[in-house]
Write a protein that binds this ligand. Structure first.
Ligand code: ADP
Ligand code: MG
Length: 563
């Protein structure tokens, strides 16, 4: 066609597409969820832009998504009147991999060794637009950016390149995007209204833009039109009207995840600031949990209008929480910059953060096992709050679970309850893993006295123990640091010491003192001190850090970061 250009896909896209085309994945129907979710995003983006430029929506004011199927031709179209894409946007968005989720998917794929073909992995990611190639031989996207005169057609068979050409007015939507899938021979059922209805109900029934289905009726030689969903916001409905399945489906749509929520938090705050919250704690770790820019993904709405998913509604240590916050009070046309220090948003953030922490605490008290799995997935992230959010440290301490020498999933309250007589500190040991710590000779003196030690093996542990002042009046103390103040805690006498006379014991002590002097002289400058210690029970010596200054584990960490 005139003015057509051929572009190659970015190498990674080609790889992904190759996978899509050959996918033996049984859950192919999720492609529709992905296209509908993009269409809904496009409508919400434009709804937001139109707040400051109402001309953009004047020619077609009601947002909608239209699915249109033709069984005979074997096509399915997904049409939206959202923001649309310019030529550059088509090239940027549908020729490269922008989203971090897809990148993580590819990384995961590259590192999966046992010949996995990726099909199993697809289910754990929303792989977006490209998933259309699981069911289509070729895909055509015709789009007109809101406010633009010209429209563009993007088309590809998913084999390494795509074509871009100007689109004619008859072919293009007045505004927004029309995606046509030319279904593969054995995927033609996706042009069948029965299948489409089922898939939309299952994955997309609470997308906040209404969805219509138009299908060609062979017998009547006419187009049947029906509304599949009304686009009303789920979070506004009363809890009693919502089923667990509806919550799950909404979670999957908003979060772009495939797991189920471990915890659903739905409420309306009334009073000085009014807002609705529908938030979820996922069951599984998303793959970008430790992404360096570690952004939260709470969607902020103002009176049902999507504003941004980029406003730090929650602190970074709650970045795994997904969902929606819808404010009644923030001005609709607020700019992103103004959101940064908005007192209403600050009040909302505070309220929602407190509520999420208290719901987590409730879960911890009521459903131990469920909470344990949440802790397993997100504990290391929540612990970042122990130094990032000192104001809520005490609240967070109620959630924190530890592996200790007495067992797994212990709370600090349990630790303190089991303190030995004369024990005044909470002892911890840092290391790379629970097993590595347990092998440390420094634990011996504690084990011998049956004193519990927290086994800290997450990267964040070295940081929070430095700043945490204590719990319940007991300070945190590293077992590798300073003179182990263990002497005050009674130790059951060793078998071999039983029956020795006081005289013999005194002589032994004299011998040890002599040995210490000898070692000190021999090592000289290499050590700052050599001491007799209660820390050990069976090993002869160990190296410890001074009372003040970095812990040994932290020293190691700092050394490794200096490179
Ligand atoms: P994601 O939705 O996570 O960004 P996708 O692969 O689903 O990833 O889509 C890639 C990008 O293509 C989107 O971010 C968006 O910019 C653009 N896009 C896709 N579909 C549409 C659409 N219907 N209207 C406007 N833009 C779209
Ligand atoms: Mg998408």
């Amino acid at each position: 066609a005139a003015g057509a250009e051929t572009h190659s896909f970015e190498a990674e896209v080609s790889r992904l597409l190759h996978l899509m085309v050959h996918a033996v994945y049984s859950n192919k129907e999720i492609f529709l969820r992905e296209l509908i979710s993009n269409a809904a995003d496009a409508c919400e983006k434009l709804r937001h832009e139109a707040l400051t430029n109402s001309d953009l929506t004047r020619n077609d004011p009601t947002f909608k998504i239209t699915l249109s199927s033709d069984g005979k031709a074997g096509t399915l179209k997904v049409v939206d009147n959202g923001v649309g894409m310019s030529k550059e946007e088509l090239i940027d968005n549908l020729g490269t991999i922008a989203r971090s989720g897809t990148r993580a998917f590819l990384d995961q794929l590259a590192s999966s060794s046992n010949g996995e073909d990726g099909s199993a992995l697809i289910g754990q990611f929303g792989i977006g637009f490209y998933s259309a190639f699981m069911v289509a031989d070729s895909v055509e996207v015709v789009s007109r950016r809101a406010g633009a005169d010209e429209a563009w057609r993007w088309s590809s068979d998913g084999m390494g390149s795509y074509e871009i050409a100007p689109a004619s007015d008859e072919d293009a939507p007045v505004r927004g995007t029309k995606i046509t899938l030319y279904l593969k021979e054995d995927e033609k059922s996706f042009a069948d209204p029965v299948t489409i209805r089922r898939v939309v109900r299952e994955y997309s029934s609470h997308v906040p833009v209404p969805i219509r289905l138009m299908s060609y009726n062979e017998e009547a030689k006419a187009i049947d039109e029906e509304e599949l969903t009304d686009g009303s916001a789920l979070w506004i409905k009363p809890k009693s009207d919502i089923t667990e399945e509806q919550y799950t489906e909404f979670y999957q749509h908003t979060a772009g995840q495939f797991d189920h929520p471990a915890l659903t938090i739905h409420y309306r705050a009334e009073g000085r600031t009014e807002y609705n919250v529908l938030a979820f704690v996922p069951e599984h770790k998303p793959f970008d949990l430790f992404d360096p820019n570690r952004k939260g993904r709470i969607k902020l709405y103002v009176r049902r209008v999507f504003i941004t998913d980029d406003a730090d509604v929650l602190p970074a240590y709650l970045r795994f929480v997904r969902g929606v916050v819808d404010s009644e009070d923030i001005p609709l046309n607020i700019s992103r910059e103004m959101l940064q220090d908005n007192p209403i948003l600050n009040a909302i953030s505070k309220g929602v953060t407190n509520r999420i922490l208290s719901e987590l605490e409730k879960l911890a008290n009521k459903e131990e096992e469920k909470f344990a799995s949440v802790w397993e997935a997100f504990g290391p992230v929540i612990k970042e709050g122990l130094y990032e959010d000192p104001e809520r440290r005490d609240q967070l301490f109620k959630l924190v679970r530890f592996n200790t020498t007495k067992g797994d999933n212990r709370t600090l309250a349990q630790y303190v309850e089991d303190l030995k007589e004369n024990q005044t500190a909470i002892y911890y040991a840092l290391g790379d893993s629970k097993e590595a710590i347990l092998a440390s000779p420094q634990l011996e003196g504690y084990q011998a006295r049956d004193v519990e030690v927290l086994l800290l093996s997450d990267a964040v542990d070295a940081f929070w123990v430095q700043t945490a002042l204590g719990f319940d009046g007991k300070s945190f103390k590293s077992i590798s640091q300073g003179g182990a103040d263990l002497d005050l805690i009674e130790k059951p006498e060793k078998e071999e010491d039983k029956g020795k006379s006081e005289e013999d014991k005194a002589k032994e002590q004299g011998d040890v003192a002599e040995l210490v002097t000898f070692v000190k002289e021999t090592l000289g400058e290499a050590v700052s001190d050599v001491r007799i210690s209660a820390r050990l029970a069976t090993s002869p010596v160990c190296i410890v850090a001074p009372d003040y200054g970095p812990d040994r584990q932290l020293e190691k960490l700092m050394r490794s970061q200096k490179g």
